[in-house]
Design a binder for this molecule. Sequence first.
Ligand code: SF4
Ligand code: SF4
Length: 348
Amino acid sequence: MTPRLPHEKKTVSFSREAVNVFFHILTRCNLRCAHCYINPDQHGADTLPLETICRWLEAFSPATRKANLIFLGGEPTLHPDLALAAAHARKIGYDSVTIDTNGYLFNDILDKTTPDTIDYISFSLDGATPETNDAIRGKGSYEACLAGIQKANARGFATSLIYTVSTANLHELAAMPDLAGRLGISRMFIQVLGIRGKSAGDKAAQDMGQVSREQWRENVPAAAMAGADHGIIVTYPKVFLGEDEVFECAGRVADNYFIFPNGRVYRCPLCEDFPLHSLAFENNRLVATPRVNEADLFELDIAEGCVMNRLVQPGNLSWRPDGRPKYRIACCMLKEEVRPGKPDRTSI
Ligand code: SF4
Ligand code: SF4
């Protein structure tokens, strides 16, 4: 491995300068991952027609401001018109288009689109070995994901990797940067497990718990630095705020939209299991929903930091004897980013 100058680590602050559109174009999937957050009762089970996808994409006025689009599912490559939807997004002005996939790459998607249209194909992998990954994501999914990454790289697509950390795979996180480096991955996203969606009541998912604050701090920043050693940009959620760090709710200060096939549009992903969406598509127009909704929660200031975290996953908090929280939980969308330092030519 080529030695590098020091990596740059920073907290990525929220901005209203760009709109980020996370678009679930269907909820159908070929896998049954233990931690899947998709909840058809709340998100719908439809596959959106191309015409509807195009109209909804236009609602965010991508021609007039910086706009980033992430296609999600279910498995978005199961949508037969994904490539046409991506081409339309580019045509109307989206600055970046990403496809998040489990790696099976259905409908010959690599033949139907190009690296000029798609900035990143992002692959979900939850273990450095088939044993660990497949216990979470299903038999054969490790091999399929690696084959998908190799095919995408061979066609010139930039690829990224998403690793959802839980007690079931923390032990393999340290091996991921090396694997990602060998696979030619250029970005890695480490995520925190959220017990939501149809997996929330599932025994397998409950056995997978969130890692503790100590485990997170011991393992995640080190893995990010190791990824940067391989020339990979690594992003991970901040999760735990330090004493002097400011809490901000992205629902108040950022422009993020999480769209589902039933027309619900959320500003906060932790609200997605509840009918708390603050916006909805009606007749292809984006309209505000009646209160009470998630926007009312964004306004609440509590000692524990994120209100929704306090409500839906209080297990990651702990309190002092006097009832005050020992630390605050950051907005789930606040990220740390580690960028690799340039190769150090002086030491070669
Ligand atoms: S987590 Fe993603 S790949 Fe896994 S079952 Fe859910 S939608 Fe499919
Ligand atoms: S995760 Fe918490 S802090 Fe972030 S948008 Fe949702 S409610 Fe606000």
